[in-house]
Design a protein around this ligand. Structure first.
Ligand code: ADP
Length: 266
């Protein structure tokens, strides 16, 4: 932990002379550890719903006279757990695609107002009772991959909706500031303790595991957001206060922002 790993290679030549090669293999070993952790995490995340599904199937097999109500409840559970596995696989594949697309990312001017309006229109039917406010400084576009941007902002909005109480609004803003164009999502949810913030974008990192799983999360949402931010040279800014709420923002650098309006970026 935190140390350095060295590999030594000793070759002898001539009359007893030795050549010693020392290699710093810290990065290689860290990478291997991360890969092992990742495989263990994925296996665990898939095994949990699978165990529940198996349990319900076994119960139905063992109880051929099981009532239709009971069977329906079991099937609903199987359905929910299958959906969870499906979400996990979709997010995993998407994350790996974003990583591998690093050099062949499609870049174009993405109109922010259109992107945010589309997103809200798509999410509204699933969150009918929720107040979703949109405040956009119109006429701006950011250079990037529209699919990736769509998925990053969508993850931020869904989290804000998932983790905040039903009666509180979620506000999405698009505006300019000195550092560039900002897309931010604000909620009045529980907030996140400062100690968790540095690890929040790690794959499968969750503040409250049971709550997050109950809401159908995969634990990959913020990892995806962070990857998309990096691919766009954007900053992911997280401000959160326990008991008050959170603001997640993507800040795009001025040179990757175009404004049709008269207001210019510094
Ligand atoms: P998940 O699928 O669990 O939501 P994410 O990677 O999207 O995974 O988020 C990681 C964790 O960060 C969540 O499990 C939750 O604990 C916390 N989190 C994310 N967004 C919010 C938010 N808006 N308010 C409070 N906590 C949040």
């Amino acid at each position: 932990e935190g140390g350095v790993c060295l590999e030594f290679e000793v070759s002898r030549f001539g009359d007893g002379d030795r050549l010693i090669l020392v290699r710093d293999v810290t990065d290689r070993i860290r990478l291997e550890e991360m890969r092992q952790d990742f495989v263990a995490n994925v296996s665990h995340e898939l095994r949990t719903p699978l165990t529940v599904i198996k349990g319900h199937i076994q119960m139905a097999i063992d109880n051929p006279t099981m009532g239709p109500d009971h069977l329906q409840r079991s099937l609903a559970q199987v359905d929910a757990q299958t959906a969870r596995m499906e979400n996990l696989l979709t997010d995993l594949l998407w994350l790996s695609r974003i990583e591998s697309m690093e050099h062949e990312r499609k870049t174009e001017w993405v109109a922010v107002d259109k992107l945010l309006e589309t997103l809200v229109a798509e999410l509204r039917p699933g969150f009918q009772d929720r107040e979703i406010e949109l405040e956009i400084r119109t006429g701006y576009a950011v250079m990037g991959d529209v699919k990736q941007l769509h998925s990053a902002v969508s993850n931020l909005i869904i989290n804000a909706l998932k983790y905040s109480p039903a009666e509180s609004p979620v506000i999405i803003r698009g505006f300019i500031e000195e550092q560039g164009y900002v897309i931010e999502v604000q909620d009045n949810g529980p907030g996140i303790e400062a100690g968790h913030l540095p690890r929040l974008t790690e794959r499968f990192y969750r503040v409250d595991k049971s709550r997050s799983q109950a809401t159908g999360g995969t634990g990959l949402g913020l990892a995806i957001v962070k990857h998309v931010a990096n691919a766009h040279n954007a900053e992911l800014r997280i401000q959160s206060e326990v008991g008050v709420g959170s603001v997640f923002a993507l800040v795009f650098q001025p040179e990757l922002v175009r404004g049709d309006s008269t207001e210019t970026l510094q």
